[in-house]
Design a binder for this molecule. Structure first.
Ligand code: SF4
Ligand code: SF4
Length: 659
């Protein structure tokens, strides 16, 4: 047997012309990249060049290994087929170049046989992935995928490149009949269908068509959705390494403007994000606002901001060059509406499921910051909350001195009673002032007393953690509250803080470090689960009937706490906990996050109604929650929808009832 190999550029006189075409493609490609870089550079500084090792790991895991894409099995596999096919075929082409132009002899013998087999199989996998994508986009047409002009070019272009690749391979094999033809099964199969007398002509024609289409493909990358092949891994590299629930801090003293009014006030990374969107619609699929007919779609928001960057870009570049002052063109009212921006509950479902690691929530809060701090424009219901936060340190605007009134008649230790507690219990505004949530505080006191936990509350000295202020864009009030609380915590010498509110939990754990406040924060569900596990709390089993747990966004998606509340409920359901349609990282918000708790919901279906309907559909008798906002929102939904058969209960209350 001859040594397996093949003559490169066989039957292609004048193949050097393809290098000229390649050079043109590279120039067009580079110009496309240059245009985008100029737009990103309009943005503000953002330090994303640190921790190279960690960033590389994230990029390899989420980007190159496609972990984020594969979270959706079927579509993820199809994308993986296209992605892996593209990589292997590119490497294969590169090896041909090495041998043909640099005389590095690689493609012969056993290696050549395996090379032929691998390229053939990955070519087929690539083809199947493209066919799946075409069927899905043009025939199945899921709601979340809208067909844009780009789609009409890209998928057919990739399909044609693959088909012509196989045809030229088949024609070459038909003309040359290599002994090792079986190592290229697809090419061999096609060769069997080609008339040998016409094979050479067909091969030459297909080779040129294939090359020209490939060059068009390369040149087109930065001008099309194909750009995501570069942008996605790069965006993962630059992804925030800070805690997920941490919003940026503003320098209120030295800034002249606040938040984002015009597109260039986003950071360069936020502009970079906009070019990373692959328009897959996964964010929109998970968004509680979109799914209850609000005007907000996180996908549309990103694409509208991208369009705004392109629209504003030329003017901003000119102004930057001339050194003139920029006359701002507000995003709100042009690219994004007020209703869109205020509809967000900051539930983080969009970010959690975005395969390109786009950071939606910070952008929305940045827009809110500008509206609140620059223009004093916000839903009028927030007036009361802001006033309450400023004057009485709570968004209900109840007298600050009455913060500990809920303790009357029950045994609750304050710092005055117990100056050296193991745990400082941060009750939170809902637990202190809202009648529904006060029951949770009383229940938690009963549990802590029963388990002999050494705790104390701050009483009337406690102030709102600041979550509603920060999420609604009122950074000024947030910083005032955060600084006061951090100082107070330090004065008490507290190291461990318990809270029953996931919003307080997130702010104290993830955002107070921005104000020099590093504390160990424990959600009450974690502490109760530990007390049960250690035998300090004994609960009867089988008491709850059919039960499910509603994941709080700020506990689950923000902090990966999914199991502790479930473990508590399982002890009282003989381990039989039902799941609602949306659960764990796909859980559906109650509608109260992002300061939405303090705003009216005028548009579409109420989010809490949608969520409680899932409990009704699952025929749940007890719906356990671990957040005061979820408790209030879902209890309201039960009343409004007259679903009294469902008992929405905070886990602490459920546990306390059994003690
Ligand atoms: S954070 Fe939640 S509500 Fe806001 S855009 Fe994302 S998915 Fe929608
Ligand atoms: S923002 Fe992310 S999830 Fe949403 S469409 Fe773009 S890539 Fe997909």
């Amino acid at each position: 047997m001859l040594t397996p190999t093949r003559e490169l550029y066989w039957n292609i006189p004048g193949h050097l012309l393809v290098y000229a075409a390649f050079l043109v493609a590279v120039i067009v490609f580079a110009y496309g990249i240059y245009r985008r870089v100029r737009l990103w550079r309009l943005g503000q500084p953002d330090a994303r060049f640190d921790q190279i090792g960690k960033r590389l790991l994230v990029m390899i895991r989420d980007g190159l290994a496609q972990a984020a894409v594969l979270r959706e099995k079927v579509h993820g596999m199809a994308h993986m087929a296209i992605y892996s096919g593209m990589i292997i075929l590119t490497i294969g082409t590169f090896l041909v170049l090495l041998q043909a132009d640099f005389n590095i002899q690689i493609l012969f013998g056993q290696f050549y046989l395996w090379y032929s087999l691998v390229l053939d199989l990955f070519g087929l996998i690539f083809l199947l992935g493209i066919v799946f994508a075409i069927i899905r986009r043009y025939i199945i047409r899921p709601k979340r995928l809208n067909i844009i002009a780009d789609d009409v070019v890209i998928l057919p272009l990739l399909l044609l490149i693959t088909i012509t690749g196989f045809l030229l391979e088949g024609a070459r094999m038909a003309a040359t009949s290599p002994e090792w033809a079986t190592w290229s099964p697809v090419g061999n199969w096609i060769a069997g269908m080609i008339n040998t007398s016409k094979a050479e002509g067909l091969h030459r024609a297909m080779w040129w068509v294939h090359m020209i289409l490939s060059m068009i493909g390369i040149a087109y990358v930065p001008y099309s959705k194909l750009f995501h092949t570069l942008m996605m891994p790069a965006n993962m590299y630059f992804k925030s390494l800070k805690p997920r629930g941490q919003l940026t801090t503003m320098d209120l003293e030295n800034s002249e403007t606040f938040g984002v009014t015009d597109i260039h006030e986003f950071t360069w990374k936020q502009l970079f994000d906009l070019d990373s969107c692959i328009q897959c619609g996964r964010c929109q699929d998970q968004c509680p606002a979109f799914n209850t007919d609000k005007p907000l779609s996180p996908k549309k928001l990103i694409l509208d901001l991208q369009a705004q960057m392109e629209k504003r870009g030329p003017d901003l570049l000119k102004t930057k060059k001339s050194g003139e002052e920029v006359i701002p063109e507000p995003i709100i009212g042009d690219a994004v509406t007020e209703d869109e921006m205020w509809a967000c509950t900051t539930c983080m479902a969009c970010q959690e499921h975005c395969p390109a690691s786009i950071e939606h929530v910070q952008k929305i809060v940045d827009l809110r910051r500008s509206q609140v701090l620059m223009d004093s424009k916000f839903p009028q219901e927030l007036n009361l909350a802001f006033k309450g936060l400023e004057t009485n340190s709570n968004p209900w605007n109840m007298g600050a001195a009455s913060r500990a009134d809920w303790t009357e008649g029950i045994e609750v230790k304050t710092l005055a009673d117990n100056p050296e507690p193991d745990y400082l219990w941060f009750v939170g505004c809902a637990g202190a002032f809202d009648d529904t949530a006060k029951a949770t505080s009383k229940a938690l006191a009963k549990i802590l007393n029963a388990a002999n936990v050494n705790y104390a509350i701050l009483g009337a000295d406690e102030q709102c953690c600041g979550d509603p202020a920060r999420r609604s864009g009122n950074e000024y009030v947030f910083q005032m509250l955060a600084e006061a609380n951090v100082e107070m915590f330090k004065e008490t010498g507290a190291k461990k803080i318990i809270t029953a509110c996931p919003h307080c939990f997130n702010v104290i754990k993830s955002e107070y470090p921005q104000f020099d406040g590093e504390f160990e924060v424990i959600h009450h569900s974690q502490l109760i689960a530990e007390l049960i596990e250690s035998g300090k709390l004994k609960l009867p089993s089988g008491k709850l009937g059919k039960a499910a747990y509603h994941d709080s966004c700020y506990l689950g998606r923000y902090h990966d706490i999914y199991n502790a509340p479930r473990e508590i409920l399982k002890t009282m359901t003989d381990g039989n906990l039902t799941e609602l349609q949306h659960h764990h990282d796909k859980s559906f918000c109650c509608g109260g996050g992002g300061a939405r708790m303090f705003m009216e919901e005028h548009i579409g279906t109420r989010i809490n109604h949608s969520r409680i309907q899932e409990a009704a559909d699952a025929k749940v008798e007890t719906l356990g929650v671990a957040c005061p906002f979820c408790l209030v929102m879902l209890k309201d939904a039960v009343k409004e929808k007259e679903l009294e058969g469902i008992a929405v209960r905070e886990i602490a209350e459920i546990v306390a009832d059994q003690l």
